[in-house]
Design a protein around this ligand. Structure first.
Ligand code: C2E
Ligand code: CA
Ligand code: CA
Ligand code: CA
Length: 279
């Protein structure tokens, strides 16, 4: 118990205790998850708004644990970041996704850009540009087929360092996109300095785009600003034809969401993409 002000003590509630226990259980289980083969990567297709072609795939980590069940990345990624395990996990995702992109390309599928989520912890690690270069070299994939998604807050944590890392990655030929755009605190002037390629409009704005005039205004503003700065835009969380139609009319370049497809295991993705493109 902890001394709490003038009128006594506050105790951990049963709920707080359960939450802490679950967190510790997750960190413990995460340590072995890779070695035990519990991790897989799923791929969600990204579509060109103009003609509906598949132009990219986002790699999304999946964890199936024998007793915890399927644990959501929204829960285990923060635990992996706090414990430092994200570095090993993130490297594994990068290597797996880059290999997959290479296999698909070699297998004659229509070329697509593989988008991989980067944790801010990975992004801040001084070895990141060398690691990316090494993985691409080892696999033999050209850098223009890799795109790195970094959240707006990850980029804004230390803008001068972020700019230096982005410059380096760009020199290596790798594209960067800003994930969850609109939810962070980007100073718009930094957008010019960040050498990013694409803004990913957060799904929280897309959700009510057909009914909420404010969300509509925000999305229109993001798309027009991106055009002015020469940046590509992709909308995430596109679930309905009405959302898709609005985004297309406004000139959003790419779409991703359940309206088109959920994230798919590699074999399902391949079947889906080949059927659509006739390859
Ligand atoms: P995110 O990067 O913003 O990824 C988008 C999330 O939205 C994914 O959830 C995806 O499955 C989900 N989604 C896609 N389309 C729709 C839709 O139409 N409607 C709705 N409601 N949701 C949709 P997921 O796979 O559970 O991942 C959650 C978050 O976990 C990701 O958010 C990302 O921040 C993180 N994450 C996942 N995999 C990785 C990874 O390999 N590395 C890192 N650092 N983070 C990851
Ligand atoms: Ca993402
Ligand atoms: Ca996102
Ligand atoms: Ca998100």
């Amino acid at each position: 118990a902890k001394k709490n002000g003038r009128n006594g003590y506050c105790f951990f509630t049963a709920e707080m205790q359960a939450r802490t226990a679950r967190h510790m259980q997750i960190v413990g289980a995460l340590r072995q998850a890779l070695q035990l083969g519990q991790m897989t990567v799923h791929y969600q297709p990204q579509f060109a708004a103009a003609d509906g072609r598949i132009v990219g795939a986002e790699a999304l980590l999946r964890w199936q644990h024998p007793t915890l069940g399927a644990v959501s990345p929204a829960e285990f990624i923060p635990a992996a970041e706090e414990s430092g395990l994200i570095l090993a996990l993130g490297e594994w995702v990068l290597r797996t996704a880059v290999r997959q992109a290479k296999d698909w390309l070699d297998g004659g599928m229509a070329p697509l850009v593989m988008a991989v989520n980067l944790s801010a912890v990975q992004f801040r690690h001084p070895n990141l540009p060398d690691l990316i270069k090494a993985i691409l070299g080892e696999v033999g994939l050209a850098p223009e087929y890799l795109e790195l998604e970094l959240t707006e807050s990850g980029a804004m944590h230390d803008p001068p360092s972020a700019i230096a890392v982005m410059n380096k990655l760009r020199e290596q030929g790798v594209r960067m996109s800003i994930d969850d755009f609109g939810t962070g605190y980007s100073s718009l002037s930094y957008l010019k300095k960040f050498k990013v390629y694409k803004l990913k409009i957060d799904q929280s704005f897309v959700r009510d785009i057909s009914t909420d005039p404010e969300d509509k205004a925000i999305v229109v503003a993001i798309i027009n600003m991106a055009k002015g700065l020469g940046l590509q835009t992709i909308a995430e969380g596109v679930e309905t034809p009405a959302q898709l139609e609005f985004l297309r009319q406004q000139g959003c370049d790419e779409m991703q969401g359940y309206h088109y497809s959920r994230p798919l295991a590699a074999a399902q993705f391949e079947a889906f993409a080949r059927a659509r493109s006739g390859t």
